[in-house]
Design a protein around this ligand. Structure first.
Ligand SMILES: [Fe+2]
Ligand SMILES: [Fe+2]
Length: 191
């Protein structure tokens, strides 16, 4: 299936707002791929499809994760929205015949991040936060940073995400903490 057909299929799965967000992530992912001098195809597909499972209601998401026999952490059990990357990747594999490991990793990890992420995953995490449909100042700053240095952008994005989670009193996913620590250790190694 090509990108155009995937777009049509995705439009039947998401609300118009979320579909537009997905197009925004695809577009920014492409631009970032050019900026980082890698091929745009995988980032474009991962960007388009990253939220394929985002609108599945929480109870259904848990049932689906069980049906797929995905490992479920206690924080995910309590906040099933955290599972939408993991479920999305599994769904793309099973129902969309997408088997590219980098695309599946990027979809899986875009919600939480992880200490080790391939460049496609990094691009999708940035583009999800920074696509132009997101008008918050922090998204605009991240968008600018992403074209200068992607690790600086990722550091900034994880800080913003964690601050938001703390201010809201939400549970924090362990992978998000690990991802942020890894970024700090990596940047102090470079300095
Ligand atoms: Fe998402
Ligand atoms: Fe998203």
């Amino acid at each position: 299936m090509n990108l155009e057909n995937w777009q049509k299929k995705l439009a039947t799965k998401l609300s118009p707002g979320r579909y537009n967000h997905s197009l925004g992530v695809m577009d920014l992912a492409r631009k970032l791929a050019h900026n980082y001098q890698i091929d745009e195809h995988l980032p474009a597909v991962a960007g388009l499809l990253h939220d394929v499972a985002r609108e599945i209601p929480p109870q259904e998401a848990l049932s689906l994760a069980n049906f797929y026999q995905l490992p479920i952490l206690e924080v995910e059990q309590r906040v099933p929205i955290l599972l939408h990357g993991k479920i999305g990747a599994e769904m793309l594999k099973r129902e969309w015949e997408i088997n590219n490991a980098e695309i599946l990793e990027a979809v899986n990890l875009h919600v939480t991040g992880a200490p080790k992420m391939n460049i496609i995953s990094q691009i999708i995490l940035i583009a999800d936060f920074a696509e132009p449909g997101r008008s918050l100042l922090c998204s605009r700053i991240a968008r600018k940073l992403a074209f200068v240095d992607r690790f600086t952008a990722l550091n900034y994005i994880f800080d913003q995400k964690i601050k938001y989670i703390l201010n809201s009193g939400f549970l924090i996913h362990p992978l998000t903490i690990e991802a942020r620590n890894q970024l700090i250790m990596k940047s102090s190694f470079l300095n």
